[in-house]
Design a protein around this ligand. Structure first.
Ligand SMILES: [Zn+2]
Length: 259
């Protein structure tokens, strides 16, 4: 048995990562200031779309990423969510663009180029994680359907998918992590999910989109509530970015395997 029964530091019983998808304005306006106020680090998954220069109303990918550099400097993770956010066409009535029409080289380009653009604007960030657009991790369909998880693993040490359960440090696939979409959750519902995870020594990942913005929203009152709660409980709940917690777990697994 390992000397350390869990990867969690000090007196912590479990871990939490707060993740935010799609680079929404309310994340910059509301989530980042509240996280900073409570000394919490979050993970923001961005799509650096667009050309190299702005064209009329369309910003360049450099314009899109520039505000996030300061967020990275403040200690948050800027994660890769591909360039154009390709999802399954099963979300739509008609076939057209979609993961089913893509090949593994197509999705590899999306991953590599997304990461190249983030690194160009935020070169100080040594490592980051990936997030599957629409939580989908395949290309093709039926007999040609293939997982693109192995490709992600070549570029990132961790990747976030979706699930209604928290991750066990010993068994979670670090390249296909479960994360609970918490849109329309109250603060109390989020605390319930977190407490259940902590009791089991698990890592709860929460997925946010807008804070009081869009159709997958959490209210700013509930978001502030979860920040206060995590700050008040930092002696028993380890809160960090996805890439940092994944590396903590990977290191802990190595020490387990060494004996
Ligand atoms: Zn997304």
């Amino acid at each position: 048995m390992p000397d350390r029964p869990s990867p969690w530091p000090d007196s912590c019983q479990g871990g939490v990562s707060l993740t935010f998808d799609d680079g929404m304005q309310s994340q910059l306006d509301t989530a980042v200031p509240l996280l900073n106020e409570h000394h919490l680090s979050g993970t923001f998954y961005l799509n650096p779309r667009g050309g190299d220069v702005s064209e009329g109303e369309t910003p360049s990918w450099r314009d899109l990423l520039t505000p996030w550099r300061e967020v990275s400097v403040a200690g948050h993770e800027i994660g890769n969510h591909t360039v154009t956010h390709p999802c399954s066409w099963a979300f739509k009535k008609e076939r057209g663009a979609g993961l089913e029409a893509m090949t593994l080289p197509d999705i590899e380009f999306e991953i590599r180029e997304g990461q190249r653009r983030i690194a160009a604007i935020i070169p100080e960030q040594a490592r980051n994680s990936f997030c599957y657009p629409c939580y989908h991790s395949h290309v093709g369909e039926g007999p040609s359907r293939q997982s693109y998880v192995p490709i992600v693993s070549r570029y990132h040490s961790a990747a976030r998918a979706k699930g209604d359960y928290a991750n066990f440090p010993g068994t979670a696939d670090l390249h296909h992590l479960s994360s609970c979409p918490v849109e329309r959750y109250s603060c109390q519902q989020m605390i319930g999910f977190i407490e259940q995870a902590i009791t089991g020594g698990q890592w709860a990942i929460l997925t946010f989109h807008g804070i009081h913005q869009g159709h997958l929203s959490v209210s700013d009152v509930d978001f502030r509530g979860i920040c206060v709660y995590l700050a008040d409980n930092r002696n028993r709940i380890h809160v960090d970015t996805v890439v940092s917690v994944a590396e903590l777990i990977a290191e802990w697994r190595t020490t387990c395997n060494d004996r």
